[in-house]
Design a protein around this ligand. Structure first.
Ligand code: BG6
Length: 487
């Protein structure tokens, strides 16, 4: 169990707080993981007292928790922890009132204070400065930053600088919620707590790697943010690169706050630079048109956000990790909104056997593939070739070995935020992005943004409810490969 904590959420009435953070805190309380005198303090502009905020949270939990987990006794306990502070960030008196609330507890000096910045990134520096001015930052304080951290390398550095003037790096937790997903954490265990994969996990045996994060949702009500970001900033620069790092990294000697992040950083630094020629040849950007998703007619991005936008809602690209292990192995990445389904998967495609003693296998079998299923159903599937039973000689067939978490483990799979929020309270930053990682990721992605911004071409259209623009398929076909069907 973590130490007693005052968990403050700046942006406490926002979508992230109500949809993700409070349900995650409820679940940890449900599991008996929150110390009894832990408080949750929501800060926002809204004119709410504690009672009104508690009502809002009650409704949000009823809406966002999984069916059957809401228990009245746990709910009452969680609601009693909640406070709301109405704060205009430019009002010094408001900040002093807020600090008064923090100090209004018996063990102020020993209490861990978490400041979760669920507000626009341009506010990060200002909030940290005010916290410092009122004297609310000491060695017990931690700050959590949601992405996006900046919109390019320079602005990311500026955010990191301004927050870093107040908090030491060990106190800063940059969330990439993909790192809290069970199947993503299991990637490290699969690779490094077993022996059978690691000898094959290199350019001698791996043909290529595919990483897909497909969403069926559109931008919905987040158009204002999304139109300034686009899929490269919103998903590739962080979530997809983090997945790539975990697939490609070298084994650390042990797992601790720095070793894993050191190894991920080396991967980011080894990514093939995105020169103009590489970008023109190896990247595809798209934007959804109207179409049908799950049988429903949905509007185009332009209709949702307004015509004239140049923002991409889909990206596919090819890159390489230029080091000894991975030289020459393509890593294909793709992500998009309004695709045919919601599915995130990493597929490691192995080379074919060096010699075929089964001519019948031609055209029947596929190369071995390991599918790491990130969502919606977490698990792993290894595609193999087997002999079809029967006396009729060697008839070969593709088969699969399946590990579905839902059936292999008799446990509820926690949401990514549950794990990450507990890690913040316990002071463990292993699953959070370090400043150098974030900046290395921007340094790699930024030339792509500049190149796209400098061309008059628009992203390619794709009908909502499909696998993206046809050029994304062509990116692999050109190399004699295809996107693997998602399991
Ligand atoms: C967020 C992006 O970081 O991740 C969203 O800003 C995206 O645009 C979301 O929808 C996807 O997360 P998940 O966990 O639903 O795959």
């Amino acid at each position: 169990m973590p130490e007693t904590c005052d968990f403050t959420v700046f942006g406490g009435t926002g979508d992230l707080a109500l949809r993700k953070l409070l349900p995650a805190l409820y679940m940890r309380d449900h599991e008996g993981q929150l110390p009894p005198d832990t408080r949750i303090i929501a800060v926002s502009h809204s004119d709410l007292d504690d009672a009104a905020y508690r009502l809002q949270v009650r409704a949000a939990l009823a809406e966002h928790l999984a069916p059957g987990v809401l228990r009245e006794d746990v709910l009452e306990r969680l609601l009693a922890r909640l406070h709301h502070v109405t704060l205009d960030f430019s009002d010094p008196d408001g900040w002093h009132l807020f600090h008064g609330l923090l100090k209004d507890r018996p063990s102020y000096d020993e209490t861990v204070r978490v400041y979760y910045l669920a507000v626009a990134p341009r506010m990060f520096g200002q909030v940290c400065e005010r916290l410092d001015e009122i004297g609310a930052v000491d060695e017990h304080a931690r700050v959590v930053m949601e992405k996006p951290i900046g919109h390019d390398l320079e602005s990311a550095r500026a955010v990191n600088e301004s927050v870093g003037r107040v908090f030491e790096e060990r106190q800063i937790f940059r969330i990439d919620h993909y790192l809290g997903k069970e199947s993503v954490q299991n990637l490290l265990v699969t690779r490094f707590a077993n022996t059978f994969l690691e000898p094959l996990w290199n350019s001698s045996w791996v043909d290529h790697v595919q990483i897909t994060v497909a969403e069926s949702l559109g931008v919905g009500s987040r158009g204002g943010y999304y139109d300034q970001a686009g899929a490269l900033r919103d998903m590739v620069q962080n979530h997809l690169l983090q997945l790539l790092c975990l697939v490609a990294m070298e084994p650390p000697t042990y797992v601790d706050r720095e070793t894993v992040r050191d190894e991920k950083l080396k991967v980011l630094q080894a990514l093939k630079p995105m020169t103009p020629e590489v970008i023109d040849r190896d990247t595809v950007r798209g934007r959804y048109d109207a179409g049908q998703v799950d049988g429903e007619v949905v509007a185009s991005y332009d209709d949702e956000v307004g015509a004239g936008s140049r923002t991409e809602t889909f990206v596919a690209l090819k890159t390489e990790v230029q080091n000894w292990r991975w030289a020459g192995v393509p890593f294909y990445l793709r992500t998009g909104k309004r695709m045919d389904r919601r599915a995130s998967e990493i597929v490691v495609v192995f080379k074919r056997p060096p010699h075929s003693m089964f001519p019948q296998a031609e055209g029947v079998t596929t190369p071995n593939r390991l599918h790491i299923l990130v969502q919606p159903d977490e698990g792993m599937r290894l595609h193999l070739t087997a002999k079809e039973p029967g006396p009729g000689g060697y008839r070969l067939r593709p088969v699969s070995l399946d590990l579905a978490y839902a059936t292999a483990f008799d446990q509820r799979l926690p949401d990514a935020y549950e794990r990450l929020l507990m890690d913040v309270m316990k002071g463990n930053p292993t699953l959070f992005m370090r400043r150098d990682e974030v900046e290395a990721a921007w340094a790699w992605a930024e030339p792509v943004l500049h190149r796209w911004a400098s061309t008059p071409e628009q992203p390619l259209g794709y009908p909502a409810g499909t696998a993206g623009p046809t050029a994304a398929a062509a990116l692999l076909e050109r190399d004699g490969r295809t996107w693997q069907e998602l399991d």
